[in-house]
Structure formats: C-alpha cells, structure tokens
Design a binder for this molecule. Structure first.
Ligand SMILES: [Mn+2]
Length: 325
C-alpha cells in the first residue's frame, strides 16, 4: 500500500511537506485537455521523488451522467484523458456518478476534537443549507433524473471507456455517492450501497472497471462492517480514500478525525492488506485546524499532516502480524 494525498493548493511547499512526511503517491484534479498539463504535474511530483498516481475531480462527464452528451464531446475528452494518462503511466482515474452535484454537506463547521471543525450532512437541513463542494458546475440544476436513467447512462459510458482504459493500462475507480442517498434534489443517486458496487463492476467486467473505496462514504451508508465490506469488494478495489464518519446513515452524519471515528481503522488497514491491495491509499477529507479558518472545507493542509502520519503508522503496523495471546 502506498500513502497518497491530494495537495491543496498544489504548490512547492505542499509537495515538499508531502515528500518529507513519507507520502509516495500524489493525486491531482483534472487539469484540462492535453498531455502537457498532466506532464507538468508529473514532473513536479517526480522531482520530489513521488509518483503522480491518480486523477480525480472536475472531470468532463456532467453531460454524460445526464445522457446529454449528444455530440460525444465529453466522451472524446475523457477518452483522450485516459489515453494521455496511459502514455504518462498514471495508473488511476477516479470517477463518480453523482449527477448535478459533487459531494454535499449542510454544515462546514461542526466542532471536533479541541475545536477543530469538520463537515456534516443532515437531510432535514438540506432543503435550505446544502452546499455542493468540489463541483465542476458549482450549482445544482433542477432537472430530475431517475435511477434507471443513471444506470443506463453509466452502462453506456463504461462500454465505451473501459476498453480505452484497458488499452491504455489505466484503472477506473468509481467513487461512491456522497452522501450515499437514494435521491437528492430530484436527482436519483445510484452508487449508494455495496450491492450497487457489485452491479457496477458486473456491468462491464474488467480489472479496469474498479472501485474507489471511499471509506467515509461507505461508513455513512450506515450499519456496514467496514473491514468485511473491504473483503467483500476485494479485488475490485483499485484506490482507497481513507477517512471516517459518525452518525445514523446517509441522512445524518458528521465527519471525524481519522483516528476519532467509530470504525476500527487498524482492522480496515489489515483488511486492505488481506485482500492484497497494493495501490494508493489517500488521506481524504480532514478537519480544519487552528488558524485555517479560510481554508477549503475538508481540504486544508494541517489536518492532512496529522492524517499522513496516522495512516503511515497504520500501514506499517499492518505489515506486522498481530501477536498471539
Ligand atoms: Mn472520498
């Protein structure tokens, strides 16, 4: 397993901090069309002795999700991205299939340990206060879409893009809906359960049609045994977002420090090792710490420093067999 991170902002200071703290793999948000923007990121990451391992976020697939890519422009751009990643040896493209939003929260300032703040979601508050974070479009448009339509659009996409990914040597990793609701503001959500992920990988069976195991999103589905779920999805897991959430299911949860939630994170790490997972495991959303009041919720840097150390410790501990009684 390789300790991974996104850097926000992606700059020389944060690249240096990552390299110093033992981060091995870096994720970048989609920088736009063409080989050169990716190559430029890759060169800066490689100069610090790390690997550019994944692209995620801001992908050109918003029309595809809604079945409106009538001229195929988005599909062509996505295929070009996959091919360029293949040329550069960037192994993982993390996608999601949330239509009209990216991740959504209703609060951005819930107190966690020592006054650090985290994000939370409450369905009862969502009518007025929902904010879509990290969204390419920014706004939640009002066009309804059904689950059947989304599955159809997803199947169409995978039938086109999985062969491109196979040829390029790139692994697609689908992120769960966050929150993993069945519907949000008139738009169905379909990647909201373990069954849904088994359906996803069966649509176009291939090692290149895989799963991003966003542990916090699975935790907020409610009632799941996380290590058992990791074992159930097993070989399909290509990429891990490591975090935790506390609450009563997808309509009411709050994020936590990586070491302060309900999930047995050490057991989760042993489960990844047990399934033979050897890919990037990325520190996902982090609390906002003292002095970071203006930072992007979930994506400030001080909490990430803490998360890197904690995750690196768990990775190393997972290599050692648990002593017997
Ligand atoms: Mn995630």
């Amino acid at each position: 397993m390789r300790l991974a991170s996104v850097l926000t902002p992606f700059n020389d200071e944060n690249l240096a901090l990552a390299a110093q703290c033992g981060v091995e793999d870096i994720t970048v948000r989609y920088p736009g069309p063409g080989l050169e923007p990716l190559r430029s990121f890759q060169d800066r990451v490689a100069a610090r002795g790390m690997r550019l391992a994944a692209v995620e976020g801001f992908l050109p697939i918003e029309k595809i999700k809604l079945g409106r890519d009538t001229d195929g422009a988005e599909l062509a751009e996505l295929a070009a991205l996959v091919e360029n990643m293949g040329r550069l040896g960037i192994p993982i493209l993390c996608t999601n299939f949330m239509a009209g939003t990216d991740w959504v929260r209703t609060r951005l300032d819930v107190p966690e340990r020592g006054g650090a703040t985290v994000t939370a979601f409450s369905l009862s508050e969502a009518a007025n206060r929902a904010r879509s974070l990290n969204s390419a479009s920014g706004e939640i448009d009002g066009t309804p879409v059904s689950a059947a339509e989304l599955w159809e659009n997803l199947g169409s996409l995978l039938r086109e893009i999985v062969p491109v990914a196979e040829k390029a040597g790139v692994y697609l990793a689908m992120h769960p809906d966050d929150p993993p609701l069945s519907e949000f503001r008139g738009k169905a959500r379909i990647l909201n359960s373990v069954d849904a992920f088994e359906r996803l990988v069966s649509l176009v069976p291939s090692p290149h049609n895989g799963v991003c195991f966003c542990q916090g999103s699975f935790a907020s589905m409610g009632g799941l045994d996380i290590p058992a779920t990791i074992r159930r999805l097993g070989k399909h897991i290509r990429y891990v977002h490591f975090r935790d959430a506390r609450g009563d299911g997808p309509g009411d949860f709050v994020e936590t420090f990586h070491d302060n939630g309900p999930t047995d994170m050490a057991a989760a790490m042993r489960a990844y090792r047990g399934i033979g997972f050897d890919g990037p495991i990325r520190a996902d959303h982090v609390p906002r710490l003292h002095g970071e009041d203006d930072g992007e919720p979930g994506y400030t840097m001080k909490g990430r420093l803490f998360a890197w150390g904690y995750i690196r410790g768990l990775i190393q501990a997972s290599m050692t067999p648990t002593p017997g009684p």
